[in-house]
Design a protein around this ligand. Structure first.
Ligand SMILES: NC(=O)c1ccc[n+]([C@@H]2O[C@H](COP(=O)([O-])OP(=O)(O)OC[C@H]3O[C@@H](n4cnc5c(N)ncnc54)[C@H](O)[C@@H]3O)[C@@H](O)[C@H]2O)c1
Length: 266
């Protein structure tokens, strides 16, 4: 996938973010910064990467993405230690269902979901873009094309392009992440900084598998609504992220990659 540089991944302690961290390491990245709220789970991911056949330099930051000063400090520190920052994966996120729908959604649920999924993504993107714009372009490890100053991948969802019931705040946040992606990609396309979104469909992670009731409802929905008839695996989403991060997507910016088993094609 041509990802020889340095990555920073939020939400790296679990699910898709963790799968991305393992995938960057397996594909030969020079270093990976793991950022998440969950400090002990970050340490576990770090050890798993260090046990791989191709270990790479790992930094961990226990940071809440909604705390903008902490985010800026962590991103700046990682860039200073590594010397540059090539790939940002904005995977930190939460999902909340509102019983009864929009009419009964609480302001605190609304604010929490928007704060983590949208504001957190913006804080990381802003801190990283400032650094990336001053970098010399990274050369492709495959054919030495001057590829990019940086590549930012924001996590949207199938709910970034479609409404799903009882998900007012989450669907709003994921639509907004696509807007953020498109406008930032316009800002920097000519300067070699690419910004794309990934839109996973139903994927087997702690977010979806943690609650048996939620899981049962989701499995029924998947059987009827997903053409491939199954949920995705975190590694399948990570493959899309690696494509958007590295040299295989050097002419791709402002796009939304659907990795959803065909859900949004219907
Ligand atoms: N699993 C799915 O079906 C699915 C579908 C579409 C999109 N997504 C998106 O993919 C991304 C990853 O989801 P996942 O399924 O791996 O979830 P997950 O719950 O397994 O992992 C999310 C990680 O984000 C971290 N996190 C949450 N709030 C944070 C905060 N304020 N600051 C820092 N870290 C925080 C958590 O600690 C956790 O490690 C999310 O943005 C999610 O919305 C998931």
């Amino acid at each position: 996938m041509d990802v020889p540089g340095f990555a920073l991944i939020t939400g790296a302690a679990s699910g898709i973010g963790k799968a991305c961290a393992l995938a960057f390491a397996a594909e030969g990245s020079a270093g990976i910064t793991l950022l998440d709220l969950n400090e002990s789970a970050l340490a576990t991911v770090k050890s798993e990467i260090e046990a791989l056949a191709k270990p790479c330099q790992i930094l961990t930051y226990a940071v809440n993405v909604t705390h903008e000063a902490d985010v800026t400090r962590a991103v700046t520190s990682a860039a200073q230690i590594f010397g540059r920052l090539d790939y940002i994966v904005n995977a930190a996120g939460i999902a909340i269902k509102h019983a009864g729908g929009a009419a009964f959604a609480t302001t605190s649920d609304w604010n929490r979901v928007l704060d983590i999924n949208l504001n957190g993504t913006f804080y990381v993107l802003r801190a990283a873009a400032k650094i990336m714009l001053d970098q010399t372009p990274l050369l492709s490890s495959i054919d030495s094309r001057p590829l990019q100053r940086g590549s930012i991948i924001n996590f949207s969802s199938i709910q970034g392009v479609a409404g799903i019931t009882l998900s007012t705040a989450y669907t709003t946040a994921k639509h907004a992440v696509i807007g953020l992606t498109r406008t930032a990609s316009e800002d920097y396309a000519a300067r070699g900084l690419r910004v794309n979104a990934i839109c996973p469909g139903y994927t087997e992670t702690p977010m979806t598998m943690g609650n048996p009731d939620v899981l049962r409802a989701m499995q029924e929905r998947v059987a009827g609504a997903v053409p491939m008839g199954r949920m995705g695996m975190p590694r399948e989403i990570a493959d899309g992220v690696l494509f958007l991060a590295g040299g295989r997507s050097s002419f791709v910016t402002g796009s939304c990659l659907m990795v959803d088993g065909g859900y949004t094609s219907r």
